[in-house]
Design a protein around this ligand. Structure first.
Ligand SMILES: Cc1cc2nc3c(=O)[nH]c(=O)nc-3n(C[C@H](O)[C@H](O)[C@H](O)COP(=O)(O)OP(=O)(O)OC[C@H]3O[C@@H](n4cnc5c(N)ncnc54)[C@H](O)[C@@H]3O)c2cc1C
Length: 250
């Protein structure tokens, strides 16, 4: 059985900025497509393509965040594949609605007989707790396999095999634990990511989604530093990573 002890976050799509030939900006400094796009959108508001202050993209976007002009950040959409998070973590994640899109592994269609499980951060590192937890999820998975088998037999009269499997799995999943691993593709614009990160990287957030949010933050900072540079990752009093933001909910 595969056990995840940390999430896996992969950037699968980023903005591609296509600058109009007839309306160009006098850029300063290096930047990614998403950062350029946000600056471009911001400069349209005041027709300041000639860049009178000679600001780099990073400086321009720093000011946008400081002033709270978050709407220009909505143009830059980043799509992440997030794996190694539990069903309970993804349930918390999908509560973030504005600016987000989700596609999550379906437990009705996918056979979970060999599903992986995600160990909660609070259990990690304690050998006795880890062993007990592994035993518990192993038993739950065995119950799932037995239930699927029993339901396939109960509904053997259903001619469509695919439909029969779905009937069995959608009922049997009820015995799977919250710790069952899910894979989810998450699309969100930079403003929406920032709002989620502020809430979920904080010390008040549940530990697993906090661990996931910090991993998402690292990924997005690497991709588009100027959009996320005001988030600071630190080790909190509970010895786990958290992050705080300088410019709140722009
Ligand atoms: C530490 C923590 C504990 C939590 N505990 C619980 C809990 O016990 N139970 C529970 O059910 N949830 C809980 N939540 C989830 C929380 O209630 C929100 O659902 C989640 O944080 C998403 O926030 P949001 O609605 O602001 O996000 P989004 O849906 O992304 O919305 C972002 C912003 O858009 C605006 N907006 C979005 N939709 C509307 C709307 N329909 N009308 C008006 N404005 C809108 C608001 O300004 C909102 O803040 C918790 C969250 C955190 C961070």
């Amino acid at each position: 059985m595969e056990i995840f002890r940390a999430p896996r976050v992969t950037l699968v799509a980023r903005p591609e900025f296509l600058e109009p030939e007839h309306l160009k900006v006098q850029w300063q400094g290096q930047a990614s497509g998403g950062e350029r796009l946000a600056e471009y959108a911001g400069r349209i508001c005041y027709m300041s393509q000639h860049n009178p202050a000679g600001r780099s993209t990073a400086e321009y976007l720093e000011n946008i965040k400081k002033q709270g002009h978050g709407s220009v950040l909505e143009h830059a959409v980043y799509v992440l594949l997030i794996e190694g998070i539990s069903r309970s973590c993804s349930h918390e994640l999908v509560r973030h609605r504005a600016g987000f899109g989700y596609s999550q592994l379906s437990q009705r269609y996918v056979d979970e007989s060999h599903a992986a499980f995600v160990m909660p951060p609070a259990i990690l590192g304690d050998a006795a707790l880890e062993a007990a937890w592994e035993q518990q999820v192993t038993e739950a998975q065995a119950a799932y396999v037995r239930t699927v088998q029993a339901l396939l037999e109960r509904y053997s009269w259903v001619a469509d095999k695919g439909h029969r499997r779905k009937m069995a799995r959608e009922a049997a999943r009820s015995v799977l634990p919250n710790a069952t691993e899910v894979k989810i593709v998450v699309s969100a614009n930079a403003r929406a990511w920032r709002t989620m990160l502020e809430l979920r990287c904080g010390e008040g957030a549940e530990l697993e989604i906090r661990r996931m949010a910090v991993a998402v933050l690292r990924c997005l900072q690497q991709e588009a530093g100027a959009l996320f540079s005001d988030f600071e990752i630190y080790v909190a009093d509970d010895k786990l990573e958290a992050a705080r933001v300088e410019y709140h909910k722009v």
